[in-house]
Design a protein around this ligand. Sequence first.
Ligand code: GDP
Ligand code: MG
Length: 439
Amino acid sequence: LSNKLQEAVRKLKGKGRVTEKDVKEMMREIKLALLEADVNFKVVKDFIAKVSERAVGQDVLESLTPGQQVIKIVHEELINLMGPGQSKLVFAPKPPTVYMMVGLQGSGKTTTSGKLANLLRKQGKKPLLVACDVYRPAAIKQLQVVGGQLGVDVFSMGDKTNPIDIAKAAIEHAKSKQYDLVIIDTAGRLHIDEALMDELKNIKESVRPTEILLVVDSMTGQDAVNVSETFNEKLGIDGVILTKLDGDTRGGAALSVKTVTGKPIKFIGMGEKLNDLEPFFPDRMASRILGMGDVLSLIEKAQEAFDEKKALELERKMRTQQFTLEDFLEQMQQIKKMGPLNKILGMIPGINAEALNAINTADSEKELARFEAIIKSMTKQERNDPSIINGSRRKRIAAGSGTKVQDVNKVLKSFEEMKKMMKLMNDLGKHGKKGFGNK
Ligand code: GDP
Ligand code: MG
């Protein structure tokens, strides 16, 4: 965790003192990062408010390591959001313990039922898996295959019996055969609907499960949170199992579920295999989220884009008409490093929409690459003063960059147009209208 976040507060740490403004700026970056990671908007808002309040406290601002203090607060508040502690499964005082697995189709109920049976059997339980999904073709077979792989018994009555009756019969069977754990795999739908909820409610009423565990797919981001909220309202759940966290999910659902539903995440699914189920530890997840590549790269990206010194220098050059092909090239390389063109360019202070369009003359990535090759084939002198680029120089540059003379002409023309545009906007700016150099 902290290594990477420390990177994000490097600026903050470098200073002997930290001001409220520094903290605010950092909070803004964290906020962006969380939103990008698919954390529920309201959760982000409350979170930032809480962290900010603590972070601008006297003891932080006046401490010797304010940056680290801020990280610590962020970490602690993340843990509070999801926990604070680990939430364990509840077992029935009088066996059998009954877990009812619910969730949308494809969320991972059947797989997770198997994983849970596997995990608890290792802890000495004697589990029985119950096939109550009578709708999806081959759902019963799927559970039987899972049970077979694990050597765990599966109770089923085919797909012609009502799921409520199957569940009831399964409990009786478990009692008479000394199973102390019953895991009911129920049906899901693509979307939440009344029929599904009614059936689940009926099963709930007839078997009185020890816990109802909602299985949600973390890959669905905000939807995972909405689904949790609805299931909790309509059915009542005791805990959540978040699946597919091994995939390239941004993990935001993990942060929102507890706040939105008030119910804890108990386990996380980390793969398709039957032992890829782990207890959920809020502190570990907090670390994982803070250390996540895309969240951090976003913070870094924002920092890069707000590299004020460079941006101001660029703006100054544009304003004073000293912008050269060299700068043009440097900008292009910078842009390429950072990702989607229009999104990023818009973040550079001093560049407004009109200028964006001018630069976008090179409106495909390919063209950008060609531009780059052409400018690279120029001498430094040529880059600083394109007016010396005569016919024979153009031929040489074209040959050097593997392009045609027309392409070289196009680059030069674009550059001239851009300069003209800058001048125009600069003049407008001087006359009090909003434009270049007038930010
Ligand atoms: P159900 O419709 O809710 O019963 O979902 P299934 O148990 O049939 O799972 C749907 C798909 O998700 C299957 O291909 C599973 O292998 C996969 N799956 C379930 N949990 C995980 C997980 O934690 N990680 C990954 N990568 N895949 C999972
Ligand atoms: Mg299933």
